[in-house]
Write a protein that binds this ligand. Structure first.
Ligand SMILES: Cc1cc2nc3c(=O)[nH]c(=O)nc-3n(C[C@H](O)[C@H](O)[C@H](O)COP(=O)(O)O)c2cc1C
Length: 522
C-alpha cells in the first residue's frame, strides 16, 4: 500500500473516519499544540488544520497517533502483520547477527526490487524557490510549549551522505527556525547525521549537504525514526514495508536525492567550520524542557514543494503523545531482529510512560543462572537499546504487555539487594536525570524466579491459577449469574498504558505464538 503524498493519506484517513478537519483559523504559536495535546491524550483522531496563522498551507498532526493509523501508515491492517513477516524472513536466515539480518533482509533478491529508484516525475518539485526566494515563514511551523526557543519543524526526514563512503542516512532530527532561510539541526551526538557531520569536519569540508523531506508516503517518516543499524538504507526499509520502491528525484541545488512524492523539500548544507547555534529550549518527549545546547546551523538553498502540499508535524511532551505509536511500531517490528541475538526473548514492552528509553519490560525463557543479567548487558550493547535506563526482566509466563501483571510478578519475586544491579554507560542525550549529560547510571531488575543455583535456599512458590475445568464450568454458567463485567468496567476500560483492547488481543496472540514457538505451549 502506498500513498501519493500527505493529501492522499489525508483522503484515506478521512474515508476511514480517522481525521477531523478544522476550518477555524488557529495560531501556530501554542494554540495548535494545546488542541493537539488534548486530542492525543484522549487517543483522538488525526487533525487537519486548514488555516494556521497566515500560512497558505494546511497542517496535519497526529496521523500516527493510534495503533490503527500507525498500521495504516505502514500499509497493513495491524503492526503484527509486519512483525510476523519479518519473523518469517529472519527464520529463513538463521545464525546471522541483527545487523547481518537487517542487511540480508534488504538484500534478498525479492527485496532488491524495493531499493529506491529514479522517478519519472517529481511532484515534490512542482513549485521551486531558490536563494532569496526561500521563505520558511510560509510554513505553519509550530511553537509547541510556552518556553520553547522558537518554532520547530518536528517531523523532518533529514537526508545526508557519509562524506567518505557515500552511504545515505535518513534520520528524524527536529529543526528550530532561526530565520527565513536558516534552521538549527538537532542531530544528537549518538545519531548517524551527527557522525556524518563530525566526519565532514575531520575531512576539513566546508559543506555537508543536507536535504530535508516533509511528508510524502507516511512509511518514509516512520523509517526515518527507526533504529536501523548505521549503513542500512532507511528507504529500502520503507520500500519493504510498503511493498513498493521509493521513487527519488535529484535535488535542484545540491547533489542529494529526495523522495519524489514528498510534500516539501528543504535543500541546503551545514558548514562544519561555522560556530554552533544555541538550540532550544524545547518542550521534549521526556515531558520536560531540554535546555539550550549547541547544534549546527542548516542553511536552506532551495524550498521545493507539491502544489497541494500539506505540512506534517507532531507535538511531543508529557506522554502519551503521537510518538508513542511510532515507538510501538519500532518495538513490534524490531523484536524479531533483537531475537536473532537474544532468542530467549519472548516479548518486550517499552511502556509509553517510559518515553522509549527509560523503561524496558522484557520476558525471557530463562535457561541458566543469571540469564537476566546477561540479557540486560546484551541490550545495553545493542544499538539504540543501549540507552535503556531501567531494564526489568521477567519469566516467560508473565505478559509484559500487561504492565499491572509485570508490577505484581516483578515486585513479588524481588529481593532488591540481590536482584537490582547498576552499571554506568552512555545515556540518551535528552536524559536530565544524570548529574551530567551523555552518561550515567542504568539499572537492571531481575524479576525472574530464582533457582537453587542462584543461591535460593527455599522452595519457590507456585502462582495461583484456577483449574481449567472449573473455569470452563464457570464459563458455561456465566450468563445465568446476571453479572455484567463490561458495564462494571465502563465497557471499554483502556489498558493502563493506553493500548486498546484490540492491541491487547494482538499482543496476547503474539505472546502465545512466541510461547508455542519456544515449545512452552502446544
Ligand atoms: C517525533 C520524533 C522526534 C525526534 N527528534 C529527534 C531529534 O531532534 N534528534 C535526534 O537525534 N533524534 C530524534 N529522534 C529520534 C531519531 O529519529 C531516531 O533515534 C532515529 O533512529 C535516528 O536515526 P539515525 O540512527 O539514522 O541517526 C526523534 C524521534 C521521533 C519519533
Amino acid at each position: 500500500m502506498t500513498y501519493d503524498g500527505m493529501a492522499d493519506f489525508v483522503a484515506e484517513l478521512e474515508k476511514s473516519g480517522e481525521l477531523v478537519r478544522i476550518s477555524r483559523r488557529v495560531d501556530p504559536v501554542l494554540e495548535v499544540a494545546a488542541i493537539a495535546d488534548r486530542v492525543m491524550k484522549a487517543a483522538g483522531p488525526a487533525l487537519l488544520f486548514e488555516r494556521v496563522g497566515h500560512s497558505p498551507f494546511p497542517l496535519l498532526i497526529n496521523v500516527y497517533g493510534s495503533r490503527r493509523r500507525m498500521s495504516m501508515a505502514l500499509g497493513v491492517s495491524d503492526l503484527e502483520d509486519h512483525a510476523s513477516a519479518i519473523e518469517r524472513l529472519v527464520h529463513a536466515r538463521p545464525g546471522l547477527s541483527a545487523a547481518g539480518i537487517a542487511s540480508a533482509l534488504l538484500n534478498i533478491p525479492d527485496l532488491l526490487s524495493l531499493a529506491p529508484r529514479k522517478a519519472s516525475a517529481a511532484p515534490c518539485q512542482e513549485v521551486v524557490s531558490t536563494g532569496d526566494e526561500v521563505d520558511l515563514d510560509e510554513l505553519p511551523i509550530l511553537t509547541s510549549w510556552p518556553n520553547d526557543g522558537g518554532p520547530f519543524i518536528t517531523l523532518p526526514n533529514v537526508i545526508t551522505r557519509d562524506p567518505e563512503t557515500g552511504a545515505r542516512n535518513i534520520g528524524m532530527y527536529r529543526m528550530q527556525r532561526i530565520d527565513r532561510r536558516t534552521t538549527a539541526m538537532h542531530w544528537q551526538v549518538h545519531k548517524t547525521g551527527a557522525r556524518h557531520f563530525r566526519r565532514a569536519k575531520e575531512l576539513g569540508l566546508r559543506r555537508l549537504e543536507v536535504a530535508v523531506a516533509l511528508g510524502g508516503d507516511p512509511a518514509l517518516t516512520y523509517a526515518a525514526t527507526a533504529p536501523l543499524p548505521d549503513g542500512i538504507d532507511e528507504w529500502t526499509f520503507a520500500g519493504y514495508l510498503r511493498k513498493s520502491a521509493i521513487k527519488t528525484a535529484p535535488c535542484k541545488t545540491i547533489a542529494l536525492e529526495v523522495p519524489a512524492d514528498a510534500d516539501f523539500v528543504l535543500e541546503g548544507y551545514v558548514d562544519p567550520s561555522e560556530p554552533l547555534f544555541d538550540e532550544g529550549p524545547f518542550g521534549d518527549h521526556t515531558g520536560y524542557y531540554t535546555p539550550v545546547d549547541k547544534f549546527p546551523r542548516f542553511h536552506v538553498t532551495a524550498l521545493t514543494r507539491r502544489r497541494n502540499a500539506v505540512y506534517p508535524c507532531t507535538l511531543v511532551g508529557p506522554p502519551p503523545m503521537e510518538d508513542a505509536w511510532l515507538g510501538k511500531a519500532t518495538e513490534r517490528l524490531f523484536l524479531p531482529l533483537l531475537r536473532t541475538m537474544f532468542p530467549e526473548i519472548v516479548d518486550m514492552n517499552l511502556p509509553v510512560y517510559g518515553a522509549f528509553h527509560n523503561l524496558v519490560l522484557v520476558a525471557i525463557k530463562k535457561q541458566y543462572p543469571m540469564h537476566a543479567a546477561r540479557l540486560a548487558h546484551g541490550l545495553w550493547g545493542s544499538g539504540q537499546m543501549s540507552f535503556s535506563k531501567v531494564i526489568c526482566v521477567v519469566d516467560d509466563d508473565v505478559d509484559v504487555q500487561n504492565e499491572a501483571e509485570v508490577a505484581w510478578r516483578l515486585l513479588a519475586n524481588l529481593d532488591p539487594q540481590r536482584d537490582v544491579s547498576f552499571v554506568q554507560g552512555p545515556i540518551d542525550q535528552l536524559d536530565h536525570g544524570a548529574n551530567q549529560a551523555l552518561f550515567g547510571g542504568k539499572m537492571a531488575i531481575d524479576g525472574t524466579r530464582k533457582w537453587p543455583e542462584e543461591g535460593y535456599k527455599r522452595e519457590w512458590p507456585e502462582v495461583l491459577r484456577m483449574t481449567d475445568d472449573v473455569e470452563r464450568r464457570v464459563d458455561a454458567m456465566w450468563s445465568e449469574l446476571g453479572i455484567d463485567l463490561g458495564a462494571a468496567r465502563g465497557g471499554k476500560a483502556p489498558h493502563a498504558n493506553g493500548v486498546s483492547r484490540a492491541s491487547e488481543a494482538a499482543a496476547a496472540r503474539l505472546f502465545r505464538a512466541a510461547k508455542v514457538a519456544l515449545g512452552r505451549e502446544p
